[in-house]
Design a protein around this ligand. Structure first.
Ligand code: GLV
Ligand code: MN
Ligand code: MN
Length: 437
């Protein structure tokens, strides 16, 4: 399938340079001295939304911040010589929040690529106004919370857009004890209006997202871009192990009920069981001992568990096997344990039509040797996991050198970003052609 975009290489290269420069600019909006951390409903969140809104307005987009703090820009569909403010929209998006000590591209690059697609496809219609000559409008959404860094619950921004907000989330608290409800009020959002962020399926044509891969697959294959086939399912838990705090010197081993050792053995069990089930990946990323003194046997340990897999059933079988192991480990050590599930997202298949248009876009961009660019499933979570409840989802991955992400060394090259912009813009045109036919 030939490319539809009349691509001017200089224009695409300058779009990629702008994406790279803006990733640098957004990286300076951080709460972490010497690093990047930008969490939901923080002053940094407000600042990046203002910047994104400014960039959207420069493109002639109509802008708004929705009831969940997502920043939205819209280019209306051109019908004859006017704009249709109500036409269903193709959403191109990703997120602007980060993990602690983050890289500068995870999520951010996808939002900025979305803005460059809008720039490439917009057309002036007079009076300084712009629209798109497509059978749909284009919306770029900068989601406000994908990582869940602040409240432990991921995908808050896109869940609000998908109408999946649950009332019990209001009581979630951050590390300082601030509830999600209070944080909304402090940010200037009204919790009572959260329902207004929800979009109806008939308002949307689909959802496309470009994202760095966050793994080494493309780097290893020597390919710049891939079609994403599905987004892995994920479950997250907070686990507590209870033992008995006692004197570190005076308590012999046969009297110890050391909660930290139980938690440590549990973390090793996670690795062992997940290694046996090759398609499941488990991570213990947080571990704390209480009361947390050098001379006290830990009486309590708390740790997190993140479990991911291509298929929900395999992931759930691993959790069941793990609970049996934890019963055995804790029983042997005289400990008790319990777990609270804080996140459960089913795997989302990318829609066949959107996989096709992304494939056509990649082929048209000439990033891959032949007509069959790589197709890989995403082991990382993305906003499409919730948007999948109301719209078809398609994703394009960009090579992430060495596969490092959720780390300051996270990278993507300007030339791959240029290919990604070119491919995604062409994907949009292929989708438009499909809808016209
Ligand atoms: C988000 O980046 C996640 O997959 O944890
Ligand atoms: Mn991330
Ligand atoms: Mn991300």
């Amino acid at each position: 399938m030939p490319a539809l975009l009349e691509a001017d290489p200089d224009r695409i290269a300058s779009a990629a340079r702008r994406v790279m420069a803006r990733c640098d600019e957004l990286a300076r909006v951080t709460a972490m001295p010497g690093g990047i951390e930008r969490v939901y409903l923080s002053p940094e969140h407000a600042r990046v939304n203002r910047l994104a809104a400014e960039w959207m307005r420069e493109l002639g987009m109509r802008t708004r911040q929705d009831a969940a703090g997502n920043q939205i820009g819209r280019l209306d569909r051109i019908v004859g010589d006017r704009l249709d403010p109500d036409a269903p929209a193709l959403v191109i998006g990703s997120h602007l929040d980060t993990v602690p000590d983050a890289g500068r591209f995870d999520g951010i690059a996808g939002v900025l690529i979305g803005l460059e697609i809008a720039r490439l496809l917009r057309v002036p219609i007079g009076d300084g106004r712009f629209g798109v000559p497509l059978p749909f409008a284009i919306e770029v959404i900068a989601f406000s919370d994908e990582e869940g860094t602040r409240f432990g619950k991921a995908l808050l921004g896109s869940s609000a857009v998908a109408g999946l907000w649950a009332d019990d989330w209001w009581a979630l608290t951050d590390a300082a004890g601030t509830s999600l409800r209070q944080a909304f009020l402090e940010f200037g959002l009204d919790p009572a209006r959260i329902g207004e962020a929800a979009r109806r399926p008939d308002e949307l044509v689909g959802y496309l997202e470009a994202h760095i891969e966050q793994g080494p697959e493309l780097h290893r294959r020597g390919e710049a871009l891939a079609v994403v086939s599905s987004i892995a399912s994920a479950r997250r838990f907070q686990l507590v192990v209870e033992g008995e705090a006692r004197h570190a010197g005076g308590t012999p081993y046969d009297m110890r009920r050391d909660a930290l050792l139980g938690a440590s053995e549990a973390a090793l069990a996670v690795e062992r069981i997940c290694r046996e089930e090759h398609h499941i990946i488990g991570t213990v990323g947080q571990l704390e001992a209480f009361p947390g003194a050098v001379n006290i046997v830990p009486g309590e340990a708390r740790f997190s568990l993140d479990l991911r897999g291509e298929f929900d059933g395999e992931r759930d079988r691993v959790w069941d096997a793990l609970t049996r192991d934890l019963d055995a480990i804790m029983g042997r050590r005289g400990l008790r344990w319990h777990a609270r599930e804080v996140h459960n997202a089913a795997a989302v298949m990318c829609a066949p039509l959107l996989q096709d248009v992304v494939r056509e876009g990649i082929v048209g961009a000439g990033s891959s040797g032949g007509d069959e660019p790589p197709v890989i499933f995403s082991r990382a979570g993305h906003d499409g996991m919730s948007i999948g409840a109301i719209a078809d989802v398609g994703m394009l991955f960009l090579r992430n050198p060495d596969g490092i992400s959720h780390h300051p060394d996270e990278a993507v090259s300007a030339s791959d970003v240029a290919l990604g912009i070119r491919a995604l813009a062409d994907s949009v045109l292929h989708l438009a052609a499909d809808r016209r036919s």
